[in-house]
Design a protein. Sequence first.
Length: 148
Amino acid sequence: MDSITIQPATTNDISAMVDVQRVSPEASQWNTETYHHLLSPENQKSGGWVAFTGKKLVGLLVFQRPMLDELEILNLAVMPIARCNGIGSKLLRHALSTHRGSHVFLEVRSCNHNATKFYRHFGFVNTALRKNYYHKPTDDALIMTLQT
Ligand SMILES: CC(C)(COP(=O)(O)OP(=O)(O)OC[C@H]1O[C@@H](n2cnc3c(N)ncnc32)[C@H](O)[C@@H]1OP(=O)(O)O)[C@@H](O)C(=O)NCCC(=O)NCCS
């Protein structure tokens, strides 16, 4: 695989980000308007990172900062064909290192064992459970947190 580069996500990346999301049903499924809102340069409270191998966008991470010392991971996905090559780790490390000292949190389907294993690998712990939070299919949400 070509070397992986990480760049700030811009509105020019949205179409390729939606392509990654579409083949990652475990990820949040947003429309392009949501991405425009979250990645808009005017929006100081949210942003994202994208991973490229060569010219191909293969991964995304979108975050928001509800408070100055908080970082919420809103969406994270890697193209199925590119998984298990360290791309998700590189995206998450990038987000964590640019917001050092933050209280980091996210919610994930309790049945998404690959993702929960991935987050535990980084030291995230389960701090709460929201019963029947997800629909189609119904599932509980695990709230996972990390103090950086
Ligand atoms: C979760 C996800 C982003 C991980 O990305 P990735 O690029 O495959 O992850 P990495 O290669 O950096 O893996 C890092 C560690 O996570 C764990 N992990 C990642 N994928 C895993 C899998 N399929 N099975 C078991 N463990 C896994 C392992 O501990 C791995 O470390 P190792 O390679 O030393 O064993 C990716 O699987 C994905 O896009 N899943 C679908 C979308 C999703 O579930 N998003 C999260 C919603 S909250």
